[in-house]
Design a protein around this ligand. Structure first.
Ligand SMILES: Cc1cc2nc3c(=O)[nH]c(=O)nc-3n(C[C@H](O)[C@H](O)[C@H](O)COP(=O)(O)O)c2cc1C
Length: 194
């Protein structure tokens, strides 16, 4: 079994949902490390096709109000609206992931730009895990709600969702057992027969 401390920590990463996240959230310095990790993800032409928007402190109430309004607009009752508001209030820190995809870029097609966004999210979460924080990338219908998207995005940008961040309330299983065997996703390629 190949093992190094860094690899073991990486292979132990798993998502921690908002209901298992408690204070404290990461400090400014720790958040800056997460962003530095995000910026190390592969990124064709170094477009940095994303921005992160921190939601913490009093801003959480503002996001909760937006979530509740969106829930009502989607036909949910007051109980559903309160539940969605709670999703904004629960994590000590939420980090909105805003993608800036250029559909007309002469060199970097759209899928490659999205790949850079995904790599950034992954590195951000891995850095959070290595610093001892729990986190989970979340989206849902809320991320596509026009009023919520407009509150986070400039024209042309896309709200991917939010990374919920905080201290894990309990040691969670790594979830590695749910993952496919590497052999199922790594295959030798053979040229097509002529
Ligand atoms: C862009 C994106 C959006 C996601 N949105 C949700 C979501 O709204 N709800 C959810 O339960 N999981 C969502 N997930 C999946 C979780 O973040 C997580 O990856 C999944 O539960 C697997 O857990 P693991 O990271 O421990 O392997 C999303 C993942 C990505 C990349």
């Amino acid at each position: 079994m190949i093992s190094t401390p860094g690899l073991d920590a990486l292979l132990g990463r798993h998502s921690v949902g908002p209901k298992h996240l408690v204070e404290p959230g990461p400090s400014d310095a720790q958040l800056a490390v997460m962003v530095r990790a995000a910026l190390r993800a592969p990124d064709h032409a170094e477009l940095v096709p994303y921005r992160f928007k921190l939601v913490r402190g009093a801003a959480k109430q503002g996001m909760a109000a937006l979530f509740a309004d969106a829930a009502r607009a989607a036909g949910k009752g007051e109980e559903g609206a309160a539940l969605d508001a709670e999703r904004a209030l629960r994590p000590p820190v939420s980090v909105a992931v805003v993608a800036r995809i250029d559909p007309d870029h002469p060199q970097v097609p759209v899928p490659e730009q999205w790949a850079a966004v995904g790599g950034a999210v992954s590195n951000f979460l891995t850095a959070a895990h290595l610093l001892g924080f729990g986190g989970k990338m979340l989206s849902g219908a809320k991320a596509r709600d026009p009023a919520i998207a407009a509150a986070f995005c400039a024209p042309g940008e896309t709200l991917l969702g939010w990374i919920a961040l905080g201290t894990p309330a309990r040691r969670a299983p790594s979830g590695a057992s749910r993952k496919p065997d590497p052999a199922a996703v790594l295959q030798d390629w053979h040229p097509p027969c002529k």
